[in-house]
Each structure stands twice: as C-alpha cells, then as structure tokens.
Design a protein. Structure first.
Length: 67
C-alpha cells in the first residue's frame, strides 16, 4: 500500500469525495479507476470505483461508488 492522498471529506451531493494529494504529481489521480480508502491505522474502509476524477484548486475530486 502506498499513500497518495488524504480524504478531506464529502463534496457536493453526488457521492464525490475531496482528496488532498500527498504527491508531487496530482495529475496521477486523473488516470485512476479504483481507489482503496484506509483508516490512518491501516484498516480498509472501502474499495471505490472512480467515475469522474478531476483536479480543483490542487485537490483531487472523485465521483465514486462503492464496489
């Protein structure tokens, strides 16, 4: 597991989540079709399918649904 971002919270009303990139290349978020969300101690919360990744003000925004 490699941490590439931190969830900041929900965004909008369509199931989007806002992510703070912890990488020098936030563009890598644009090619993702799946992400795994973990608690800080490493426990898996949920695998998510990414539908519409985008970057906004240096943050990743994902419209995601659980698998």
């Amino acid at each position: 597991m490699v941490t590439i971002g931190r969830v900041l919270g929900a965004h909008g009303v369509r199931g989007e989540i806002k992510v703070l990139p912890l990488t020098d290349f936030p563009e890598r978020f644009l090619d993702m079709d799946r992400i795994d969300i973990f608690r800080p101690e490493g426990k898996l919360i949920a695998p998510l399918s990414v539908r519409t990744p985008s970057l906004h003000e240096g943050k990743g925004i994902f419209l995601a649904g659980s698998d």
